[in-house]
Design a protein around this ligand. Structure first.
Ligand SMILES: NC(=O)c1ccc[n+]([C@@H]2O[C@H](COP(=O)([O-])OP(=O)(O)OC[C@H]3O[C@@H](n4cnc5c(N)ncnc54)[C@H](O)[C@@H]3O)[C@@H](O)[C@H]2O)c1
Length: 334
């Protein structure tokens, strides 16, 4: 009799204990596995499941990660399949083919859209309540494809967008200005790609616009330097891919930052990619603007007071993305 009570009590405790947070990673290549590694070290979740068309690769990554677990955080990590997406708070998708040297992100679209139209319904068949976080390039176009294929509300379909480009911009500005990049507030918006728009007019350090900062601190941030920093931000992926074949560390930490804000309901302002109906007259594309990210996903998108040049550049970026979607939709309809 006493024994039964103990069991009942245990069940009761289990029932009321918070369920361990779970993240599924679809595509356990360089980006997916580096993200899983960062996630393990963060101690944010109790379960990480890796899913890949190359199941052996996912198994190998899970084994390797498991051996880091006794030295980091208790986490259940395994190689699974789509049914294992059930119960995941966030499903991160980094499956697809990577950019080849010299290839633009937009060149990748056809190959990766077909993969997304296959895998997104397989995820949503087992998970109707989680958040889809997409990293595969071209991330804005594929986030739109994922949103359509999922049938999810747009708040729960998020592209990693220009979180990475924004980090690169802040790093370069921090280096140039001689301050910790974490103290540089600046954003890159629009496409994660060639038409992205660094927002110089609103960038600040210690609450000072950059012109004020440089006047007081006697630093040079003239037009030539701005062009150089903008170009280095935009072309960083090409430069890294030429040297080492892929980029994965910074994007993995960017994904972790987004996941942390979701799981901890942090309301962090991040330049994620989402549908931004009516912003600056932009319709029916996914692109990045600073957005408040919380437990429910993209809570709201912030309307920046852009100058004329930046507004024009953002509209052009949206037109580039809409053009690719038009081509894709036209081809699918044909
Ligand atoms: N959003 C960003 O900021 C950002 C940054 C870097 C890379 N990326 C993108 O991330 C993606 C992955 O890059 P990577 O370097 O990890 O490539 P990778 O080739 O190392 O990994 C891709 C993985 O996807 C798997 N895969 C392919 N088709 C699949 C399918 N149908 N179902 C399940 N898994 C499948 C492959 O087996 C492979 O393991 C690329 O599209 C790349 O351009 C995005």
């Amino acid at each position: 009799m006493e024994k039964i009570e103990v069991v009942e009590n245990r069940d009761n405790v289990r029932e009321h204990a918070p369920h361990p947070r779970k993240v599924a990673v679809v595509g356990a290549g360089k980006v997916g596995s580096t993200f899983a590694y960062a996630l393990l070290l963060s101690g944010l979740v109790g379960e990480i499941v890796l899913i890949d068309i190359d199941h052996k690769r996912a198994e190998g990554e899970a084994m390797d990660l498991n051996h880091a677990m006794p030295l980091s955080h208790p986490t259940r990590i395994w190689a699974g399949d789509y049914p294992d997406c059930a119960g995941a708070d966030v499903v991160v998708v980094a499956a697809g083919t990577a950019q080849r040297p010299g290839e633009t992100r937009l060149d990748l679209v056809k190959r990766n859209a077909a993969i997304f139209n296959d895998i997104i319904p397989r995820i949503t068949a087992h998970n109707q309540t989680g958040i889809l976080l997409l990293a595969t390039n071209p991330v804005d176009v594929l986030s739109y494809v994922a949103w359509k294929a999922s049938g999810f509300p747009l708040q729960r379909v998020i592209g990693s967008g220009t979180v990475l480009d924004t980090a690169r911009f802040r790093y370069l500005l921090g280096e140039h200005l001689g301050v910790d990049p974490r103290n540089v507030h600046a954003h890159v918006i629009g496409e994660h790609g060639d038409s992205e728009v660094p927002i110089w007019s609103l960038a600040t350090v210690a609450g000072m616009r950059l012109d004020d900062f440089c006047r007081r601190e006697n630093c040079d941030l003239g037009p030539e330097i701005r062009v150089r920093i903008s170009e280095q931000t935009r072309d960083a992926a090409y430069e890294i891919i030429q040297r080492k074949g892929a980029t994965h560390y910074a994007v993995a930490v960017g994904l972790l930052r987004i996941v942390e804000s979701i799981l901890r309901d942090q309301h962090t302002v991040l330049a994620v990619s989402s549908l931004v109906p009516g912003y600056y007259d932009i319709e029916d594309v996914y692109l990045s603007l600073p957005a408040v990210v919380s437990r429910g996903g993209v809570e709201r998108v912030l309307h920046l007071p852009l100058n004329e040049q930046e507004t024009e550049a953002l509209r052009k970026s949206a037109a580039v993305l809409r053009g690719v979607l038009d081509e894709l939709e036209h081809r699918e309809g044909a």
